[in-house]
Design a protein around this ligand. Structure first.
Ligand code: GLY
Length: 335
């Protein structure tokens, strides 16, 4: 049977590297139940594992790829990979060292989604670096799916996460400079990186994803973007595939982009076609698209991948068969 038709017809029947302890304690493990009706013939597992992530986060993607190669489950590998950037203080868009809001608070958003459809998220968290691992704890250790602000932070300490100052001297200086004009103008392809979104397929063919960000630089206090919101920043359906977003969160939220991409793949579109349609949904609804960037990456159950963005300059990392490569994304806004 044609593979796309197979996705369309598939029924869903039931459908730490860094702060070691806290991250590795969130292992997905044996609870992973197969929830998909896909015959062994239809999926070529020799292609797996695969890790993809937004932008040129080489080390993060390599860390996830290597974890997958050592048989780690998709979610654990993605959390380990993303932790590399959360801990990279030179990265001003994720984790420690992330740009603060206009009042000088570094507030982080993150979510995780596993191959059983479970989801966990933390929003506007201060003083904790590994927020993807914290989102996983919310998913596994609480009766809830989202915790925000002080509640998320206090829950993190109760789970062994360290209290840290996330505002670096460099970020403080950049904020003071920004205050000279206080012009709120999100920068397209900021330093060629932004939110880290990572999608992994493990050796068993199970898919999971993670999204982690400090959000828009100099945002208003309390602003939440797409990254921690299920269906917008991230969506995973182990029967179909997964998608994750980066860029202007407000636009992703308004079009529920990652869910849209997975649903388009369910209807038979390739990951590439689905990412393109999700970007077109934004560009046809908002004639100011020239002023902001949005990018998506996606993977389907067969390990096929796609990426698309509004403006040139976005790329994704792909780890497969021991090779970790940077792939330039096609884009909408062509002259
Ligand atoms: N995509 C990240 C944000 O808008 O917060």
């Amino acid at each position: 049977m044609d593979r796309r038709k197979f996705i369309k017809n598939t029924s869903i029947t039931g459908i730490a590297v860094a702060s070691g302890a806290a991250i590795s304690a969130c292992n997905s493990s044996s609870e992973n139940k197969p929830d998909v009706v896909i015959t062994p013939k239809s999926v070529d597992k020799s292609k797996f594992p695969i890790a993809i992530c937004t932008w040129g986060f080489v080390d993060a993607n390599a860390a996830a790829g290597e974890a997958l190669s050592k048989n780690k489950k998709a979610l654990d590998a993605a959390i380990e990979g993303v932790a590399v950037e959360e801990e990279n203080i030179k990265n001003t868009t994720v984790g420690k060292g992330g740009a603060p809001d206009r009042d000088g608070n570094v507030t982080l958003d993150a979510c995780v989604m596993d191959s059983n459809g479970n989801y966990g998220a933390v929003l506007a968290v201060e003083n904790i670096t590994n927020v993807a691992a914290l989102a996983c704890k919310v998913m596994k250790e609480t009766p809830h799916v989202m915790l925000a602000g002080k509640g998320a932070e206090e829950f993190g300490y109760s789970q062994g996460f360290k209290k840290e100052n996330l505002l670096t001297e460099a970020s403080k200086e950049a904020l003071e400079k920004w205050k000279e004009t206080s012009e709120y103008k999100p920068i397209i392809n900021i330093e060629n990186h932004d939110t880290i979104g990572m999608l992994c397929i493990d050796k068993d063919g199970d898919i999971a994803g993670v999204c982690s960000t400090s959000g828009l630089a100099y945002k208003m206090k309390g602003r939440i973007g797409d990254s921690a919101i299920i269906g917008s920043g991230l969506f995973v359906d182990n029967a179909i595939g997964a998608a994750v977003a980066t860029g202007m969160g407000e636009e992703v939220l308004k079009t529920v982009g990652s869910f849209l991409i997975v649903e388009l793949m369910r209807q038979g579109k390739s990951p590439q076609e689905a990412c393109e349609e999700a970007i077109h949904r934004i560009t046809t609804k908002n004639d100011k698209y020239k002023n902001f960037q949005v990018a998506y990456i996606a993977i389907n159950k067969y390990g096929e991948t796609g990426s698309y963005c509004i403006h040139e300059g976005f790329s994704m990392m792909k780890y497969q068969n021991g090779k970790n490569e940077n792939i330039k994304s096609d884009f909408y806004n062509k002259p």
